[in-house]
Design a protein around this ligand. Structure first.
Ligand code: GLC
Length: 669
C-alpha cells in the first residue's frame, strides 16, 4: 500500500516537472516573439523617422526655392511698379506741359537738357532720388531766375538786394542753370563722345575689379595692376569699396552692395587678435579677400582687422563707412528690411558701443592711433584726426535713422543724440579756422587756469606755422587737422572737410567758407590733378620726425601732399566728394572744373592711385595703375554732376537744433 502511494507521488512529480518545463518553454517562445515584434516595430519607427527627416529637408529646400521665387517676383513687381510710377510721372508732366504751353512760349528753352531738382534748402534727405525729366514749369521758373540774375547781376541796386537774397535761396535751380548753360550741341560734340567713351572705359574697369564669392559679387578689389607687386591691393578694402558701392547704387545695381554689407557683418563676429591681445567686438575689417582652393574646389574669406596691416593699426574708419553705406543702400533702394534685421541692428550697436563707451576722455571727439584711416601709415595724425571725427559724426547721424527704437536700441539712441550735440559743438568751435580765428590764436595768452580761459587748450602762438598766414584767404576757412592739449595741427585735410560738408557737420556758413578756400587756393589744393589729400607737405626735419623717415611719404608724394584723384592722400577717389560738396553748396562749376582736369589725365595715365608734385603733375612714384577707387570716384562724380538728385543717397541735411553759437559771420565781425 505504501509502495503504491510512493509510486503515485513520484508519477505526479514527474508529470508536473514536465508540465513546468513545457510552460517555461512556451513562455520563452512568447518572449522571443514579442521582442522580435518590438525590434521590428523599432526598425519601422526608425525607418519612418528617417523618411520624415528626408521629407523635412525636401520641404525646407522647397521653401527656400519658393522664398527665392517670391523675392524674385517681388523685385519684378517693384520694377513694374517703378516703371508704372515713372510712366505716371511722365503722363502728368505731359499734362502740365500741355496746360502751360502758352506761358512758356516766350522763354528760350533750347538749351534745357538736364534736370533741375526741387529741393528744400539743404534738405537732401527729402530729395526724390529717382531721376525725372524736366517739366516745362521748371524750365519756365529757371528761365525767370536766370533773367533776373542777368538783369541785376553783380550791379544790383541796393533796394533789389533782398530779391537777390531770395534768389540765392534757390541755389538748387542754379545747379540746373549752370548745366543748362552748356550748349545742347555739346551732347553730340566730339568732346561729349570722348567723355562717354571714358565713362564706358571706367565702367568696364570697375566691373573687371569685381570679385565673386560662391558665385555672387561681393566687392571690388583695390587695384587691377598686374605690373606691380600685389601686396594687399588684391583685397577688397572697406573704405575703397565705398565709391564703387555708390557707383553701383546710382546705376541701380544694389546686389553687390547688399552682399558686401552682409558678408562684412559676418566678418565682424570673428575673433580678432594681435599677438595675445584681443580687439573689440565691433571692429570691422580694413580689407578682405577670397581664397580659392582649386584642389579642393573651395572658397574661403580671409580678413584683416589690422593684425596683418603695415604698422598693425586697426581701421577706425571701416565701421563708420559700413554704417554710412548701409544708410546709402537703404536710401537708394527704399528697402529697409536689410537694416532692420537683428544682425544689422547688432552690427551698428557693436560699432558704436566701441566709440561711445565712457573713459578718461575730456573731449567728445574720438582718440585714435596714427594711420587708422585713409592715411594708413604714420603721418602725425594721431590724436583726434578730422577725417575720423567727420566720419564719426556722419555715422552717428546715419545710425539715428537706422536704429530701431526697441529695448536694445533706445539707450544707444539717447547716447548718440547727446554725443552728436557735444561733438558738433566741439568741432565747429575748436577745429574751425578762418581769418578772424587765426588772428585770435596769433594773439592768444597762454597758461590760463580757470573756466574762463579763452585759450582752453593752451596752444602756444609760436606753434602757428608760417605758411598758414599766407594760405588763409578772406573770405574762406576750414576745419584743421587735429586739436588736442597744446597741439593744433593746422594742415588742411581734404576728406575730413568734404565729409564735414556732406554730413552737415559744417554749418552752411562753414561749408561756404570751405568752398571759398578751395576756390581761392585752387593752385595749391587742386593744381593739375584733384585733389590734395593734405596740404602742405611735411618736409626735411619735420618729415623725418613726424613720418619716421617714411620713404613712401616723402614731400608732395603719396599721403604727404600727393594728389589722390585721391592725392598725397588719394587723387581721384575724392572727386566724388568734391563733386558732392560743390553741388550741395551750389557751385557745380567747381566740380566740373575738377572733373575736366581729371578727364585729361586719368584714362591716359591708366587710372593711377595718386599723383606727386606740388601741382600733382606726375604719376605717383609707387602709384598702382587701375586703382579702383580712382575709377569709381570719377564715375560717381560724373553721375552726380549729371543728376544732382543722386546726392540724396549720400548727403545728410542740417539739423537745425544743432546750430552752434559760433558761425563764420560772427567770428568775422
Ligand atoms: C593705400 C591707401 C589706403 C587704401 C589702400 C588700398 O594704403 O593709403 O587708404 O585703402 O591703399 O587702396
Amino acid at each position: 500500500m505504501e509502495t503504491a502511494a510512493q509510486m503515485l507521488l513520484s508519477g505526479i512529480g514527474k508529470i508536473s516537472n514536465k508540465r513546468a518545463h513545457e510552460i517555461s518553454e512556451e513562455l520563452m517562445k512568447q518572449i522571443d516573439t514579442a521582442s522580435k515584434a518590438r525590434d521590428q516595430a523599432r526598425e519601422q519607427v526608425e525607418q519612418r523617422n528617417y523618411e520624415i527627416t528626408i521629407e523635412i529637408s525636401q520641404l525646407e529646400a522647397a521653401i527656400v526655392t519658393l522664398k527665392e521665387e517670391v523675392s524674385k517676383k517681388s523685385s519684378e513687381l517693384q520694377n513694374l511698379e517703378h516703371v508704372a510710377a515713372e510712366r505716371g510721372t511722365r503722363i502728368s508732366e505731359i499734362e502740365i506741359s500741355m496746360d502751360s504751353e502758352d506761358t512758356t512760349k516766350t522763354c528760350d528753352t533750347k538749351a534745357v537738357e538736364f534736370v533741375p531738382v526741387k529741393i528744400e534748402e539743404h534738405d537732401f534727405s527729402k530729395m526724390d532720388i529717382k531721376p525725372r525729366t524736366l517739366t516745362v514749369v521748371d524750365r519756365h521758373k529757371s528761365c525767370e531766375i536766370r533773367a533776373l540774375y542777368d538783369l541785376f547781376g553783380a550791379h544790383a541796386p541796393p533796394h533789389l538786394s533782398s530779391i537777390q537774397d531770395s534768389l540765392k535761396n534757390l541755389d538748387h535751380l542754379k545747379i540746373a542753370e549752370n548745366l543748362e548753360s552748356v550748349p545742347p550741341s555739346r551732347m553730340s560734340s566730339p568732346k561729349a563722345s570722348t567723355t562717354s567713351q571714358i565713362q564706358a572705359e571706367a565702367w568696364e574697369a570697375l566691373r573687371q575689379a569685381l570679385i565673386y564669392f560662391r558665385g555672387r559679387p561681393l566687392g571690388t578689389i583695390a587695384a587691377m595692376d598686374h605690373s606691380e607687386e600685389l601686396l594687399n591691393y588684391n583685397q577688397v578694402f572697406v573704405r575703397d569699396f565705398f565709391p564703387s558701392a555708390l557707383a553701383f547704387l546710382m546705376n541701380r545695381e544694389p546686389e553687390v552692395v547688399k552682399n558686401f554689407l552682409m558678408k562684412t557683418l559676418r566678418l565682424q563676429s570673428w575673433e580678432k587678435r594681435i599677438d595675445r591681445f584681443q580687439l573689440g567686438a565691433g571692429v570691422m575689417p580694413a580689407s578682405f579677400k577670397v581664397l580659392h582652393d582649386t584642389r579642393r574646389n573651395t572658397e574661403t574669406l580671409i580678413a584683416d582687422f589690422g593684425e596683418s596691416a603695415i604698422g598693425r593699426v586697426a581701421p577706425v574708419d571701416s565701421g563708420f563707412w559700413w554704417i554710412i553705406l548701409l544708410r546709402a543702400y537703404t536710401r537708394s533702394t527704399g528697402d529697409s528690411s536689410l537694416a532692420d534685421t537683428p544682425e544689422c541692428q547688432k552690427g551698428i550697436r557693436l560699432i558704436l558701443t566701441l566709440c561711445l563707451s565712457e573713459g578718461f576722455d575730456t573731449f567728445p571727439t574720438l582718440l585714435c592711433a596714427d594711420g587708422c584711416c585713409m592715411i594708413d601709415r604714420r603721418m602725425g595724425i594721431y590724436g583726434y584726426p578730422i577725417e575720423i571725427q567727420a566720419l564719426f559724426f556722419m555715422a552717428l547721424k546715419c545710425a539715428l535713422t537706422l536704429l530701431k527704437q526697441d529695448d536694445k536700441g533706445k539707450e544707444l539712441l539717447e547716447l548718440i543724440t547727446k554725443r552728436l550735440q557735444a561733438l558738433s559743438y566741439h568741432i565747429r568751435t575748436y577745429f574751425w579756422l578762418d581769418f578772424s580765428q587765426l588772428n585770435d590764436i596769433y594773439r592768444y595768452k597762454t597758461e590760463e587756469y580757470s573756466h574762463t580761459a579763452v585759450n582752453k587748450f593752451n596752444v602756444m602762438p609760436d606753434s602757428l606755422p608760417d605758411w598758414v598766414f599766407d594760405f588763409m584767404p578772406n573770405p574762406g576757412g576750414y576745419f584743421i587737422g587735429n586739436v588736442s592739449p597744446s597741439r593744433m595741427d593746422f594742415r588742411w585735410f581734404c576728406l575730413g572737410n568734404c565729409i564735414a560738408i556732406l554730413s552737415s557737420l559744417a554749418t552752411p556758413d562753414q561749408s561756404d567758407a570751405i568752398m571759398d578756400l578751395l576756390e581761392a587756393r585752387w593752385e595749391e589744393l587742386v593744381g593739375e590733378m584733384p585733389l590734395k589729400a593734405c596740404y602742405p607737405a611735411l618736409e626735411t626735419h619735420e618729415w623725418r620726425i613726424i613720418t619716421g623717415c617714411d620713404p613712401k611719404n616723402t614731400r608732395w608724394s603719396y599721403h604727404n601732399g600727393g594728389s589722390w584723384p585721391d592725392i598725397l592722400f588719394a587723387v581721384t577717389v575724392l572727386l566724388w566728394l568734391l563733386t558732392a560738396a560743390s553741388i550741395k553748396t551750389g557751385r557745380p562749376h567747381i566740380a566740373k572744373r575738377a572733373i575736366d582736369l581729371a578727364e585729361t589725365r586719368l584714362p591716359k595715365d591708366s587710372w593711377p592711385e595718386y599723383y606727386d608734385g606740388k601741382l600733382g603733375r606726375y604719376v605717383g612714384k609707387q602709384a598702382r595703375k587701375f586703382q579702383t577707387w580712382s575709377v569709381a570716384g570719377y564715375l560717381v562724380a560724373k553721375m552726380m554732376l549729371d543728376d544732382p538728385s543722386l546726392l540724396g543717397i549720400v548727403a545728410l541735411e542740417e539739423d537745425r537744433q544743432m546750430r552752434p553759437t559760433l558761425t563764420r559771420s560772427s567770428s568775422w565781425s
